[in-house]
Design a protein around this ligand. Sequence first.
Ligand code: DC
Length: 218
Amino acid sequence: MSNNENFAVAIDGPAASGKSTVARRLAERLGLIMINTGAMYRAIAWATIQKGVDAQNTDAVVAMLDDIDVSCGVHDGGSTILIDGVDPGNALREDAVNALVSKVAAIPEVRELLVAKQREYLTLGSLVMEGRDIGSVVFPDTPYKLYIDASEEVRLARRSAEGLADVVSKRDAEDSKRKASPLIVADGATVIDSSEMDIDEVVETALQTLKKQGLFVS
Ligand code: DC
């Protein structure tokens, strides 16, 4: 599955399904690096705003990719991203980014650039990586695949409880319908519906599922 002994746990699912929290908790529990790929797409959307590039204009976004330096790393066990040396920080979760990110993520050249960087992370160590296409495209050969779901009602409630007015349903529709690597349940992935579970139950279910998929859990 890779050119070394490192492995990836792939966690996909729609927006606000709880997958980031589960991924973070699993990474801590298993001693793995946690990679948030949504932040990478968000950083490109943020860059379009910074550079005054129209995110609806695919050619302009693709041209921008040649002009910016996208640097991915790890800090404190989690992924980091710098655009031209700048950490966008909390700006990645702002409404302006929420509104643009699905458009930018639908551009094949953006995906190609970021998927290559996502695969490169495996050279640093074993990972929990969360996103939309991790089990289907980034690491299709990993045996460890989860798809964390939750009803739309629950997902909207979770986002507003966080004080965020995210356009969750609109993003999900765009992410699921796009041509390039749409959000799907990957072959071999186990679906966990977290609608009726608290976070501890989801993490426990995820651990048990990964064990069944063959992962050694001490
Ligand atoms: O996980 P998130 O909500 O922060 O992701 C933001 C957007 O990035 C999401 O609406 C779709 C896109 N994305 C993607 O297309 N592929 C990924 N692997 C991760 C995120």
